[in-house]
Write a protein that binds this ligand. Structure first.
Ligand code: FES
Length: 261
């Protein structure tokens, strides 16, 4: 087991407070909340964002890049777009100093934070959050794949249900889960009368986070896939963030793919 490393003085942090420190060359975010110290890797598991720069609220830190939230006590990922825990550290206070040691990970499901809290005593430290990778689709279709060729839906009678089925061809490029099962499609509206160039389709769609980096790609892929239907003219995609997306909008199929139980 790794040795404890002194990373700061107790008085270096206000309460609440956060500080970037280093353990064996790795950046670590050190927190002080309610008199207790906690530490997790300063690396967002979504795309490497620096967590210590994020907003701290109680025992939750929000990644400043795309908004994923992590439990500072366990490193567990609490919200999309992150789905994997970041590493947590045991904390020891001694001689006015703060000492850290990488916590030994335990196996278990992703996104199920364990009730752990770093405390001044290493003996009281609990197991870390899990870092099991998500069960990604073994053969994800490339984002933007044509629903026409893949499913043969483009000639069937146009309906909201059909469009939702076609949109299962559009997958989040990072999660490899389709946008319908992720719960990103709020409304599908089909104009009642065909226009000269086909019927108008409007889709209200949300994102897993306000600054989702995959947003432009998902919009373009949605338009392209729906536009393959023989009766569709223009496709309008409206991004709506109210109500905000939450993980409970995912179907069981999406949860299975992501390893969330
Ligand atoms: S890098 Fe942290 S949410 Fe994307």
């Amino acid at each position: 087991m790794a040795e404890f490393t002194r990373v700061a003085d107790v008085d270096d942090l206000p309460d609440p407070g956060k500080l970037l420190v280093e353990v064996d060359g790795d950046p670590v975010a050190l927190f002080r909340v309610g008199g207790t110290f906690h530490a997790i890797d300063d690396v967002c598991t979504h795309d490497g964002g620096p967590l210590v720069d994020g907003e701290l609220a109680d025992h939750t830190i929000a990644c400043p890049r795309h908004g994923a939230k992590f439990d500072i006590r366990t490193g567990a990922a609490l919200s999309m777009p992150a789905i994997r825990a970041t590493r947590a550290y045991d904390v020891k206070l001694e001689d006015g100093g703060v000492f850290l040691r990488l916590r030994e990970a335990t196996a278990g499901p992703v996104n199920q934070p364990t009730a752990t809290t770093a405390t001044p005593s290493p003996a009281a430290a609990a197991p870390a959050a899990v870092t099991t990778p998500p069960a990604a689709d073994p053969a994800p279709a490339p984002a933007g794949a044509s629903g026409d060729a893949a499913t043969g839906l483009a000639d069937q009678t146009l309906s909201e249900e059909l469009i939702r089925e076609m949109l299962k061809e559009v997958k989040d490029p990072e999660l490899f889960v389709n946008i319908v099962d992720l719960g990103l499609i709020y409304n599908v509206t089909i104009a009642p009368e065909p226009a000269d160039a086909g019927r108008q389709v409007a889709i209200d769609m949300t994102m897993t986070s306000p600054a989702c980096p995959a947003g432009p790609q998902l919009i373009a892929d949605t338009k392209r896939v729906v536009g393959t239907h023989c009766d569709v003219g223009d496709v309008e995609v409206r991004i709506v963030m109210d109500p905000p997306w939450t993980p409970d909008r995912m179907t069981d199929a999406a949860r299975d793919q992501l390893g969330i139980f």
